[in-house]
Ligand binder design. Sequence first.
Ligand code: HEC
Length: 176
Amino acid sequence: MASFNTMAGCFLASALFAMVVGKVSNALVSVHPLEKPAIAVAEAAPEAAGAAKPAELPPIGPKLKDANVQHGEALFKQQCFTCHTIDKGGVNKVGPNQWDILGRKKASHEGFSYSSALQQKGGEWSYEDINHMIAKPQAFVRGTKMAFAGLAKEQDRADVIAYLRTMHDDPKPPLP
Ligand code: HEC
């Protein structure tokens, strides 16, 4: 009951606030028409903030099950190889070597100077994390050095991840 009252109180308070703002803005508009756009921007702000949130990606697991490894390899050569080698013991280029990336601790490849943003991300590279990283690096790790626009197509990402999964020494992490 208490919380209902609180909520009702909040609602009333915001309704009152809206009324007051309405009155004030009317007054301002009549005095000075230029105030109107400023108020319109303030009212639109919550929506704009919502739209700026990174889009939720559906889980990649179902797409991985029938992913095309050959297509993934071709995509890797086209899209990733400029910056990443993937052979075992391969050099770091603009980005770190990708051998054994699945299950590897983030920002842990020897000899590569990672951004502090990626170093602070923490955890290991799961299927989902790589999915997010290659969909939109900046949305997943704000401030990452990976200057890559992203693979927009879900099946392309699944194919690349399926290929990454084959470049691995240990038993591969089970599919999600
Ligand atoms: C323009 C260069 C560039 C391209 C293209 C690029 N990357 Fe990267 N990538 C980087 C850099 C630089 C980093 C290090 C990011 C940091 O330190 O913030 C990185 C980091 C990564 C990481 C994390 C590595 C780790 O050790 O934690 C993964 C995974 C990754 N890239 C996968 C890919 C895949 C897959 C592609 C292709 C679909 C790709 N990248 C395309 C530059 C690139």
